[in-house]
Write a protein of this length. Structure first.
Length: 359
């Protein structure tokens, strides 16, 4: 309750200050000039009517009339109805105060003098209230315009940033493709040279060449590829890692034939597997890593689970995962689910994509 009062006060403190100053100055001025001072209850009661009248006109009546879009006569009619209501309320309050012993020293009569005096006062506050409404509307529109300009400027800056990043990416891509034919011809030469002495080394060169060609050509591929193509490259990666380490690979890669027929943006599964090799601990044969691709409840579910390598996790900023999430969101919108979390010293990634988006 106290918090709500505090928030309300902070929001309307300028209003409270201005009304307080006005009431004090007017009451003192009239009191000094005419040597008439009344009980505080009388001042509070009548000024309360003025304040309520002011805000009802500015926040309810005037916005409603303008929203209706009626002609000027309708507006004048509505405003004209407010003044008699104001006069009658002032009279009723004065009457209630008087019968309860709060007298002003002036005989209370609903005559021309009382009506004209309160009509003038009501019209005065009606004008102030109208001015307040248009000032508030002007400031609100100016703020809205400023916000729109700021949003437009932020979009321009963001667009420039994207264009700059695109230029950088294109340059990096061009650098990565310096004479790719020379690269693959060289790998082909190495394959034929080493294959005579070691079939394993020859196979490694072939698979490495396939992976490199897949990675380089990914920019020129269609927007999506069959998952069977990427699965093949994941198998190549697993093979190369295994022969490089010369040990049993403690990673289980599972998928179904049905999954292979789906189309997906390239380099998603490869990135997840590379992330396991880079930041995971797959040295424990009793706690192997899993990469699983399955279709369930009309969703493609891609899940990885691996033990965390605490020697490398400190240096991880999850850039690969974040980039993959952005690419998936860009390609498939908000319908995808992308989660990664740490559970009992294991790092888990869950991706769910509606099947209808992949056909």
């Amino acid at each position: 309750m106290t918090k709500n009062i505090s928030l309300w006060y902070r929001k309307f403190k300028i209003h409270i200050l201005i009304w307080s100053l006005y009431m004090v100055i007017e009451a003192l001025s009239i009191g000094i000039i005419y040597s008439i001072f009344h009980n505080a209850i009388i001042y509070i009661s009548h000024y309360l009517i003025v304040v309520i009248f002011f805000y009802i006109h500015a926040d309810i009546c005037l916005p409603w009339v303008i929203k209706q879009g009626k002609q000027i006569w309708f507006t004048l009619l509505v405003l004209a109805l407010e003044l008699p209501i104001y006069v009658m309320i002032q009279y009723l309050v004065s009457y209630v105060l008087e019968i309860n012993g709060f007298k002003t020293g002036i005989e209370l009569k609903l005559d021309v003098n009382f009506v004209s005096r309160n009509l003038y006062r009501g019209l005065l506050f009606l004008c102030f209230s109208t001015g307040y409404y248009y000032l508030k509307t002007y400031l609100k529109e100016r703020k809205r315009t400023a916000d729109l300009e700021k949003e437009k400027l932020e979009k321009i800056i963001q667009q420039q940033k994207i264009e700059q990043e695109l230029v950088i990416a294109k340059n990096a891509f061009l650098k990565a493709q310096i004479n790719p034919h020379f690269l693959f011809n060289t790998l082909d030469f190495i394959y034929h040279s080493v294959n005579k002495h070691s079939e394993t080394a020859g196979e490694a060169v072939i698979r490495l060449a396939q992976m490199m060609r897949f990675a380089i050509d990914s920019d020129e591929m269609e927007q999506t590829i069959y998952l069977t193509d990427e699965i093949e490259q994941v198998e190549n990666l697993l093979y190369l890692y295994q022969i490089r380490k010369n040990s049993e690979l403690n990673l289980h890669f599972a998928y179904s034939e049905e999954v292979k027929r789906l189309r997906l943006i390239p380099l998603v599964v490869l990135t997840l597997v590379e992330n396991i090799f880079k930041h995971g601990d797959i040295s424990n044969a009793e706690d192997i890593a899993f990469v699983n691709l399955e279709i369930k409840n009309d969703l493609l579910i891609i899940q990885t689970v691996n033990l965390i390598n605490h020697n490398t996790i400190k240096d991880s900023n999850n850039s690969g995962l974040n980039n993959t999430q952005k690419r998936l969101s860009y390609a498939y919108g908000d319908e995808i689910i992308f989660k990664h979390e740490v559970i009992n010293k294991h790092f888990k990634v869950d991706i769910k994509i509606p099947i209808r988006l992949l056909k």
